[in-house]
Design a binder for this molecule. Structure first.
Ligand code: TYM
Length: 332
């Protein structure tokens, strides 16, 4: 049994991609593993944030974790900024990370866009902080969506570089866990783009806070093509929007995509979408209700986060003492 670590940025509401690609898998893993889950607020500030909104989003993402089924008693659940070891280890690891490795990160290139010279150092160093998150707890497995694969490979490289520098096996090389049917949920407006919090169109994603009418509207407006649903998975390969909706359906129904096609082959998308709306509302509405109830008591959320930070902090300070010894820093 290994140790699981994962986190999400509290930048705005979570969407269906976050849920199907990551959060739902976290819930399943807490039965078999020691789990540590985090709201990565220090990652969020790599791009400008409104302080009031950031605090609210950190509480909201915590409510979403719990509403989805994360048990704060069984798991360690906290906000990244509540444990100082994340920033400290990030600095130490950055001293073991060649610039060339960071220059290969596609997410930095996408986020910095054409104005690379103006991008913040924090945005560039983002993946080192992510490696610190994982290695601070010596996590062995990291459940994420497909888009985090490259960052996870870098975390493994950084762990290896640190271990080699001091001839030790201090950090395990963390394995990504990319699980389920929907490892990369695409935008509802463009099947070639990832569903993302930063897309300017709210119609591109289903948020976990959307009510039933909003979900229905977004699914009905989702881009499709004029053909009916095909019989085979191969036929979906050239139809990204159709593929995405079938994938979402399969993931929500906890069935395979082939089974969904077997049921809907030859039917029109209008009919399929109606069933998808019913399924999405049935799956998401209880979670949204729970989240809203939790958000009515922010004091309780803060208490859960403080308790989680204490528990995380105990593990982190043990490991930081070891890192201090290896590197030649005096113990804190
Ligand atoms: P973030 O906040 O962008 O996304 C949170 C999780 O949701 C997954 N995800 C998706 N999965 C499927 N389809 C999508 N369209 C989709 N969009 C997002 C992401 O893969 C992720 O698992 N860097 C991380 C946060 C992080 C982290 C960590 C993760 C910081 N430190 C340590 C793991 C371990 C991120 O930006 O996630």
């Amino acid at each position: 049994m290994g140790r699981i670590f994962s986190g999400m940025q509290p930048t705005s509401q979570l969407h269906l991609g976050n849920y199907l690609g990551a959060l739902r898998n976290w819930v399943a893993l807490q039965d078999s593993h020691e789990c540590i889950f985090c709201a990565v607020d220090l990652h969020a500030i790599t791009v400008p944030q409104d302080p009031v909104a950031l605090r609210r989003n950190t509480r909201e993402i915590t409510a979403a974790y719990i509403a989805a089924g994360i048990d704060p008693e069984r798991c360690v659940l906290f906000a990244q900024s509540g444990v100082t070891g994340h920033s400290e280890l990030s600095w130490i690891l950055s001293c073991h990370t060649p610039l060339g490795w960071l220059n290969r990160m596609t997410q930095f290139k996408e986020k910095a866009g054409k104005h690379r010279e103006n991008a913040g150092l924090g945005l560039y160093a983002y993946p080192v902080l992510m490696a610190a998150d994982i290695l601070l707890y010596k996590a062995t497995h990291v459940p994420v969506g497909e888009d985090q694969k490259q960052h996870l490979e870098l975390s493994r490289d950084i762990a290896g570089a640190f271990n080699r520098a001091y001839s030790v096996e201090c950090f395990p090389l963390p394995e990504p866990l990319i699980l389920g049917e929907a490892t990369r949920v695409m935008s509802l407006r463009d099947g070639t783009k990832k569903m993302s919090k930063s897309d300017s169109s709210d119609y591109s994603r289903i948020n976990l806070t959307d009510d039933a009418d909003t979900i229905a509207l977004k699914v009905r407006k989702a881009k499709t093509d004029p053909e009916p649903l095909p019989e085979t998975l191969e036929a979906l390969e050239t139809r990204p929007e159709a593929d995405n909706l079938v994938t979402i359906y399969a993931a929500l129904a906890e069935e395979g995509r082939a089974e969904i096609l077997a049921r809907f082959a030859g039917r029109q998308f209008s009919e399929f979408k109606n069933q998808l709306v019913d399924l999405a509302v049935a799956r998401l509405a209880p979670m949204t209700d729970r989240m809203n109830r939790l958000m009515a008591d922010p004091g309780e959320i803060d208490r859960i986060l403080r308790r989680g930070a204490e528990r995380a902090g105990e593990i982190a300070s043990r490991h930081m003492a070891e890192v201090h010894d290896l590197v030649g820093l005096l113990r804190p």
